[in-house]
Design a protein. Structure first.
Length: 299
């Protein structure tokens, strides 16, 4: 991790005052990780990226030492790490995250703004950017996962898109079954792995549920071949395994990940417990309060 930090910060143009990242050692980094946590990315077993997640105050986490090795930049590593770091911080109980960005590097500020961060305040030599973190919910059983889907259903409207990801077998279809129950969807809701998509009309006047499985698709072009656009506008669409493939279906969407192995193992119970993280994107969801999704089943 120290190698990545030194390589990334050392490759930047000199600034005054210089970044303290160059002074990082294995001892100082270990001390930071004991206070907080972090994300470490590898590519082919090679150290590729680092984000240190430190506790701040009032439910705010702080990202520090954000680094991608210069030889591995522009491959999406930074974006993937940011998503992982946000979910890690949310699972640990933080509600917002902030970070410092130098004014000498406006391209870095733009990078963060493209990922939903906003400038909160000016500070010496730069700005503090901030962002709300995803909602993180502990789900103890499969039936609780169904009830979570039922709680989500009343918040959904025609044209909404949900991209569901996470661990294999963690409960994406189970969550969709709960959504379908809340929508009064007809027919058994099972994974559409081999048929790619299933349509479930509502028996209670709610929008149709379109259930898509992108596990066997390798690109957004293959998804385009399904010709879903017209149906998406008139349905509530859930796309399992849609990350990197289905984002083009809607700028306003929910991204839901379900994990069987949360970062803080001390925070979970038996093997059946899941961690669900829900992130909102776009104006459609900006004023929607998802806090009620926790219900009585969740922490």
């Amino acid at each position: 991790m120290v190698e990545v930090i030194h390589s990334a910060f050392g490759a930047r143009p000199p600034v005054d005052p210089p970044s303290t990242a160059i002074e990082e050692t294995s001892e100082t980094l270990a001390a930071s990780l004991r206070r907080g946590s972090g994300i470490f990315a590898q590519v082919g077993g090679r150290p590729a990226g680092v984000i240190v997640v430190l506790p701040s105050t009032d439910g705010v986490a702080r990202f520090s030492r954000v680094s991608v090795h210069p030889e591995l930049q522009r491959h999406g590593i930074a974006s993937a790490m940011v998503t992982a770091a946000e979910e890690l911080a949310a699972i640990q109980g933080f509600t917002r995250v902030e970070l410092f960005s130098r004014s000498e590097f406006p391209e870095f500020i733009t990078f963060w703004q493209h990922r939903g961060f906003v400038v909160d305040r000016a500070v010496p030599h730069g700005v503090i950017l901030t962002k709300s973190l995803p909602l993180a919910i502990k789900v103890p059983t499969s039936e609780a996962m169904v009830r979570l889907g039922e709680r989500l259903a009343p918040l959904l409207e025609r044209g909404d898109v949900i991209i569901a990801g996470g661990d294999l077998g963690a409960g994406k279809t189970t969550l969709t079954q709960g959504i379908g129950r809340g929508l009064g969807s007809e027919g058994p809701i099972i994974s559409p792995t081999f048929v790619l998509s299933r349509i479930h009309p509502s028996s209670i006047g709610r929008p149709t549920l379109m259930h898509v499985d992108a596990y066997r698709l390798s690109s957004s072009y293959e998804l385009d071949d399904l010709d879903l656009d017209a149906a998406v506008a008139d349905s509530i669409t859930v796309v399992e395994w849609g990350q990197g493939i289905a984002e083009g279906l809607a700028d306003d969407r929910l991204e839901i990940d379900i994990w069987t192995s949360p970062a803080d193992l001390s925070a979970v119970g038996d093997d059946s417990e899941r961690i669900v993280t829900i992130r909102t994107l776009g104006v459609r969801w900006s004023a929607v309060d998802l806090g009620e999704l926790r219900g009585d089943d969740h922490d």
